[in-house]
Design a protein around this ligand. Structure first.
Ligand code: HEC
Length: 154
């Protein structure tokens, strides 16, 4: 019987060591990810222009990204009337409004990356899963909402 107990203890130790390694690995991944995010952010200021020069293909790529990442809150036409948006304490901005049209590309980028703080609480969460290029594509598409009619949209 003793060897069974000893074997069990040995297995437990191995499992514990594996768990430890997995935890350390996951923590270091999270760390790397954070560093990448902050490095990504640092280059962009309010003055930064949308770096994607091929506007037409940026708009085309931005449209489906807008639908999956923004329209739940901002609505399919960006009017601020998405289903989840209606439940928020601070209503999502109308992206076709003059206020948003007058924001620079860089300002919008920073809102997407950092989220929006108002009076000490976060009113819009940061968009985490997208690459910088995808952010710029969404911004290119969002600019078209002001003038486009629904029937003309891709
Ligand atoms: C969870 C809901 C939610 C999602 C998803 C969301 N937003 Fe927002 N957004 C808000 C809210 C709420 C505000 C209003 C914040 C405020 O005025 O304090 C806002 C404000 C904004 C503003 C105006 C910021 C300013 O400084 O006035 C822009 C531009 C914007 N959102 C763009 C986007 C884009 C583009 C996406 C998709 C990538 C997106 N949002 C996704 C909720 C959301």
């Amino acid at each position: 019987m003793l060897w069974v107990i000893q074997l069990n203890t040995a297995i437990m130790k191995i499992v514990a060591i594996i768990c430890l390694f997995v935890t350390v690995f996951m923590l270091s991944c999270a760390q790397l990810n954070n560093e990448k995010l902050s490095v990504d952010n640092s280059g962009v200021t309010a003055e930064t222009r949308n770096p994607l020069s091929d506007t037409d293909s940026a708009i085309a790529a931005g449209q489906p990204l807008f639908v999956t990442n923004c329209s739940t809150c901002h609505g399919p036409e960006g009017k601020g009337d998405g289903a989840s948006g209606l439940a928020l304490p601070k209503r999502p901005q109308d992206l076709t409004s003059d206020d948003v049209s007058n924001m620079s590309d860089g300002q919008i980028f920073l809102v997407l990356k950092n989220g929006k703080m108002r009076d000490g609480s976060m009113t819009m969460p940061p968009i985490r899963r997208l690459s910088n290029d995808q952010m710029w594509q969404i911004i290119a598409y969002a600019r078209t909402l002001k003038n486009a009619r629904v029937s003309e949209r891709p």
